[in-house]
Design a protein around this ligand. Structure first.
Ligand code: 7TS
Length: 406
């Protein structure tokens, strides 16, 4: 495999910096990823040379900015293999994408007593958005349990369906356990019951190739900043039949066809869901990021990160008192949540930070999962395409050092 890690790391200026005089070891990629120079450069270039509002001007710059923005939509379409750019809605991120579906599907397709199925391992964004609909409309959340390995119980899932089930909303990869869920099977079962599925792709898209037509999901959400793109931009994919059926999310410019005080008609897809000036600079950055990972090859990124994850689990398991949560190395993505003896995860994170090592600690916005695991929180190392085995060695040595202090 021609994966030149030293060269790749040079694309990310921040990886060259130090923290407290130590080289930065950035292992918090599940929270957000660092940006390659090409992403930042493309955005700066657009601000300096192209900037104008999109979809409205007849003038040169506006047309050029619109072209760039719509080319970015096409780049996203290709990246997840959607059928049409009409199915690609730009949002601020996964959270907004999920809220859009919960709100609009909830308003348009759900009545009191109806049910949404989520799982026990969801991020709060895929729980609370539905709870808000539940409060407004009197719908109920049903929950797919997980087993002790941290995998979805599919037999229990199937039992949750009844005539009130209107939608299923599950994550493709757990941001805590790293579990890669069999979303294709989740969708197949739901469709047997004529129920659509929203897949949360926040933690999958940065790590392996996603094909929404193959998964056959009805909605798919992901964030730009977790896939080496800018903050504040994300994507909602939706099958046209569903985007046509559900009402708009926000009202404003861009999302209308005609407005009068008597009657307003809405714009065609995907603009019906894009009220106001979009972050057209960020869409350019996102497209650059997707081009960047595509050029490296999602399969190469996956192979590199799997190797890192296997190595990390092997090395970390040598540490006495180490407890790693989630499935075996071959069944998980590049995220490792762990506890070491009775050292509090916050102490672990704080002391690792003094060694220049950035990890995340806490409940990871998945409190129901923490309850299921019977814990308050964990330390979490999550890898990206630029991490190395040397960095894992530094993490392991760091943990050993901290253990000696306790
Ligand atoms: N869904 C999953 C599975 C996530 O991991 C996250 C963010 C979100 C949704 C929300 O994404 P956002 O971009 O809209 O914020 N997860 C994390 C994390 O694990 N650490 O920080 C953010």
């Amino acid at each position: 495999m021609n994966y030149q890690i030293d060269k790749i790391r040079e694309d990310f200026p921040i990886l060259g910096r130090t923290v407290y005089g130590k080289p930065l070891v950035y292992l918090d990629n599940g929270a957000t990823t660092q940006k390659p120079r090409c992403v930042v450069d493309a955005m700066t270039e657009e601000y300096y040379n192209v900037n104008a509002n999109v979809h409205r001007g007849v003038h040169f710059l506006s047309q050029r900015a619109t072209d760039l923005h719509e080319q970015s939509r096409e780049t996203v379409r290709k990246f997840i293999n959607a059928h049409s750019t009409n199915e690609i809605v730009f949002t601020r991120g996964t959270t907004e994408s999920i809220n859009l579906v919960a709100t609009c599907f909830g308003d348009g397709c759900m009545d009191e007593g109806d049910e949404v199925i989520v799982s026990e391992m969801e991020h709060h964004s895929n729980i609370v958005s539905w709870q808000l609909v539940a409060q407004r409309k009197g719908i109920k959340l049903r929950v797919i349990p997980i087993n002790d390995e941290g995998k979805l119980c599919l037999e229990e899932y199937e039992k949750l369906f009844n005539e009130h089930t209107k939608i299923v909303s599950v994550t493709q990869v757990s941001n805590v356990l790293g579990t890669v869920n069999p979303v294709k099977e989740v969708v197949r079962i739901a469709h047997k019951h004529n129920v659509p599925v929203l897949v949360d792709g926040a933690q999958s898209t940065p790590h392996f190739a996603v094909d929404v037509q193959d998964i056959d999901c009805d909605f798919f959400a992901f964030s730009g900043h977790k896939i080496y793109g800018p903050t504040g931009i994300g994507v909602l994919y939706g099958k046209e039949k569903w985007l046509d059926r559900i009402p708009p999310y926000m009202g404003g410019g861009e999302m209308i066809k005609n407005v009068s005080f008597e009657k307003t008609t809405f714009n065609e897809l995907p603009f019906k869901f894009e009220a106001g000036t979009p972050d057209y600079i960020a869409t350019t950055g996102l497209a650059k990021a997707l081009d960047y990972v595509s050029k490296l090859g999602m399969d190469n990124i996956l192979a590199h990160e799997q190797e890192l994850t296997r190595y990390a689990i092997e090395q970390m398991n040598q540490i006495e008192g180490m407890k790693i949560f989630g499935p075996s190395a071959s069944e998980r993505d590049a995220v490792i949540s762990f506890q070491v003896g009775d050292i509090h995860h916050l102490d672990l994170g704080t002391l690792l930070d003094r060694l220049g090592i950035a990890i995340r600690t806490g409940h990871h916005c998945a409190e129901p999962l923490m309850h299921r695991l019977g814990i308050q929180g964990t330390a979490r190392a999550s890898f990206g395409l630029y991490n190395t085995k040397e960095e894992i060695d530094i993490l392991v040595t760091g943990i050993e050092r901290i253990k000696k202090m306790f």
